[in-house]
Design a protein around this ligand. Structure first.
Ligand code: FER
Length: 264
């Protein structure tokens, strides 16, 4: 179905709202063998005395840990949603999904080595970043309190990693997933099991995106095998930020409402 357009002003800083904080922090990656950067958004009123859900939000092939912040200003979208009482308490982690020693988006970003690094990120995420976040922030650690989403390459990563680790993630979102997305029968070999463990599987794409066929082939398979999922097309939507910001606005609102106080 067509996704709606978020209300005017959803992405503009409002006066007189309490704001969250966006910071860059470093963690050691045993996967890559060096220290790596990630951005972390903590919501308005953040306190160590509370506990939070976590959304891991991934960038595209041309980006790094700052891509969402530089182009999408998710902190503005979240601050506004919190001011309106629409978002469950969550920390948002914005990693660098290119898991290699030089993880900057420079040179030939489509080279085999750099594309492979988006696969290596699975180990960095599961074995290095998540443990770092969970030992340094006051967060819930159950699968029902952990979401994974991203745009384009990050959308493909979210499907590839999330659907293969449903013991770790109950909420998965792919915005305009790229050709790194595995074939649907590899993503979801056991539709009944996948359906039973998911809280949310979100798939969206612009109708003018050259990568639309990746999303439709995934959606068609999910529909044929009766795997519940949210499926959204953006009218006049390209492979670009207006689409992804709109996706984030609607996707984030769906997260964690039933589980914000702990285990399922
Ligand atoms: C490709 C086309 C697009 C590809 C990746 C992309 C790995 C990623 C686009 C993006 O992240 O915006 O053939 O192959």
């Amino acid at each position: 179905m067509m996704i709606e357009k978020a209300p005017v002003g959803f992405d503009r800083p409002r006066e007189n709202v309490t704001r969250g904080n966006m910071n860059t922090v470093e963690y050691f990656s045993s996967t890559v063998g060096n220290s790596r950067k990630t951005m972390v958004y903590t919501p308005p009123g953040f306190s160590d005395a509370k506990r939070y859900n976590v959304l891991y939000l991934l960038h595209g092939i041309g980006g790094d840990e700052a891509e969402w912040f530089n182009h999408g200003h998710p902190e503005v979208i979240f601050d506004n949603l919190y001011a309106d009482g629409k978002l469950a308490p969550m920390i948002v982690v914005l990693p660098n999904g290119r898991a290699m020693p030089d993880d900057r988006a420079t040179g030939d970003i489509f080279s085999a080595e750099k594309v492979r690094a988006f696969e290596t990120f699975e180990s960095d995420l599961l074995h290095d970043l998540i443990p770092f976040i969970e030992s340094n922030y006051p967060v819930f650690t159950d699968r029902g309190n952990r979401a994974l989403a991203g745009l384009s390459m990050g959308g493909g990563q979210s499907l590839n990693i999330g659907l293969h680790h449903l013991d770790r993630f109950a909420w998965i979102g792919a915005f305009s997933p790229a050709p790194n997305t595995k074939a649907p029968e590899l993503l979801v070999p056991s539709p009944k099991e996948t359906s039973a463990s998911l809280k949310l599987l979100w798939l969206s794409c612009g109708d003018r995106d050259e990568l639309l066929s990746i999303s439709t082939r995934t959606h068609d398979y999910l529909a044929r095998h009766e795997v519940p999922h949210a499926w959204y097309i953006t009218k006049d939507g390209g492979h670009d930020w207006p689409v992804w910001k709109n996706d984030l606005y609607y996707f984030s609102r769906l997260l964690f409402h039933d589980v914000s106080s702990g285990d399922e």
